[in-house]
Ligand binder design. Structure first.
Ligand SMILES: NC(=O)C1=CN([C@@H]2O[C@H](COP(=O)(O)OP(=O)(O)OC[C@H]3O[C@@H](n4cnc5c(N)ncnc54)[C@H](O)[C@@H]3O)[C@@H](O)[C@H]2O)[C@@H](O)CC1
Ligand SMILES: [K+]
Length: 462
């Protein structure tokens, strides 16, 4: 995944090796045409071409679609402004209109602006896009929906609903942050990457895709598979649900360290209510979760301090994130710590650690660097920051926006942390397991149902 500046640098590096600009544009346009042809299924296509190279890609796609025998019209409210874009336009031998008056068709292709967008869309351009969107059955955006800032996913000078919804967005050469984060997520639709020959380097920002989870080793026993300790608090239900999710996410043994009882306590979950510091002294513990249902009073703070002092790998969620301060973390050892804040908790933590950022990515990175912890910033556009690295995730089921969903995720994170010993790997595996579990749980599920669905999700990922 590349920012606009990194994308331009990657292209420049390719040109330095002798690759022609036209070769890139040609690959982008032809690659796009293949996708558009599928969506058009023989129906008419209208391509809205802008003045720059995004428009150039549009002309190339239009010519390729026409060569396939489709009816293709180009709408170009601004003529091409560079030699390359003019050359691309010259390859399209069909009808070029200056407005979209009365046009109807199957697919509307938005090739107005890409990474070169430099100011808000004019009212005329916004209206043109809206009208073409309405008069076609499906819409495809080339690189990004026009009007979206590639680096942030913000709508430049507008709100999320100023940009219509696209069935498909075709990213050229590399993902941009806008494809997986920010308000643009509501408009992007399915995102697909079109290869234009930009090499895949091991960059700091990447899209995380599900990888196989390692099954237990042949000589595994419950402790080597991961002993998870879930610290409970005043509201026992939340930590109980997290314990259940941890157990189904592959932990060998889950201990519920709770002073309170709960009627839903299953027989296969060991509960221990000896003094917390004693219980956390168990060397065999692979990872500790604290936060769900913890409470925010002095007792809760003492339990959090004991968990941090224990030196075990940690997942801090919910109330633990409300209580956390740099002073509490000062007791930290070298053990990995994963913070799992939602947007409100992330803001609070940024205040507590005295860091700031314009975007969620920048805030999560700043918090990770200030705290030394990995930061899994949850939400519709979940992302993970660790040191300088950022991982984005494909969008998950919207039904995950239910109370207790975060407790389940925290439980899964802790099981994976106990199994892998690596906060970044654990968080990536957990996000995919959580998303997969939501698919198994279907629609309108509760958090308890989601926790149970972690079981078939794990099987999918083996
Ligand atoms: N360099 C290349 O050869 C390649 C370029 N590619 C395509 O080229 C795009 C980037 O091309 P450009 O750098 O030309 O940028 P764009 O085509 O995104 O837009 C730049 C043009 O739009 C104008 N503009 C920007 N914002 C405007 C606004 N709000 N209202 C009116 N005019 C506005 C600028 O003055 C400029 O003429 C990528 O998104 C991608 O689609 C890729 O296909 C890869 C290859
Ligand atoms: K576009």
């Amino acid at each position: 995944m590349l920012t606009t500046d990194q994308m331009r640098a990657a292209e420049a590096a390719l040109f330095d090796t002798g690759v022609e600009e036209w070769a890139l544009m040609s690959q982008a346009g032809h690659g796009a045409a293949q996708w558009i042809a599928r969506l058009a299924a023989g129906g008419p296509v209208t391509v809205l071409c802008g003045p720059g190279h995004n428009g150039g890609d549009g002309y190339v796609a239009a010519a390729a679609l026409k060569a396939r025998g489709l009816t293709v019209r180009v709408v170009a409210p601004i003529s091409p402004q560079t030699d390359l874009a003019r050359h691309a336009a010259s390859t399209f031998e069909g009808e070029v209109l200056s407005d979209g008056e009365g046009l109807k068709g199957t697919v509307f292709v938005d090739a107005m602006f890409g990474i070169g967008l430099s100011r808000p869309l004019s009212h005329e351009h916004r209206a043109l896009i809206r009208d073409l969107h309405a008069s076609h059955e499906r819409a495809v955006a080339l690189d990004v929906p026009s009007g979206v800032d590639c680096d942030t996913g913000d709508v430049v000078g507008g709100e999320g609903d100023d940009v219509p919804h696209y069935a498909l967005t075709l990213a050229f050469g590399a993902w941009k942050p806008a494809h997986f984060s920010g308000p643009a997520l509501a408009t992007i639709g399915a995102a697909r990457l079109v290869d234009i020959g930009v090499p895949d380097r091991d960059g700091e920002m990447r899209l995380s895709l599900p990888e196989r989870i390692a099954p237990p080793a042949f000589d595994a026993h419950k402790y080597t598979r991961g002993l998870v300790a879930v610290v409970g608090g005043a509201m026992a239900g939340a930590s109980l649900m997290a314990s259940r999710a941890a157990a189904l996410a592959g932990a060998g043994y889950v201990k519920w360290l709770s002073e309170h009882d709960h009627p839903g306590h299953p027989p296969d979950l060991v509960k221990d209510n000896a003094p917390l510091a004693d219980m956390l002294g168990d060397e065999r513990i692979g990872a500790v979760l604290i936060g769900p249902g913890l409470g925010r009073d002095d007792t809760a703070r003492e339990r959090l301090e004991a968990a941090v002092r224990s030196g075990h790998p940690l997942v801090l969620d919910a109330d633990a994130l409300v209580l956390l301060t740099p002073e509490i973390l000062a007791a930290e050892t070298d053990a990995p710590i994963l913070l799992t804040p939602h947007e409100g908790e992330l803001s609070r933590l940024c205040d507590a650690f005295d860091v700031a950022g314009d975007t969620k990515r920048e805030r999560a990175l700043a918090l990770s660097q200030a705290s030394g912890c990995a930061v899994l910033a949850k939400g519709a556009d979940t992302l993970l920051a660790s040191g300088a690295d950022v991982r984005f995730f494909p969008p998950a089921s919207r039904w995950l926006s239910v109370a207790g969903s975060g407790d389940v995720l925290a439980g899964i994170c802790t099981a994976r942390l106990a199994a892998t010993g690596d906060a970044m790997q654990a968080a990536c595996e957990a996000v995919h397991l959580h998303g997969r579990a939501a698919r198994h749980a279907g629609a309108g599920f509760t958090a308890t149902m989601l926790a149970e669905a972690v079981h078939p999700a794990l099987e999918d990922m083996l």
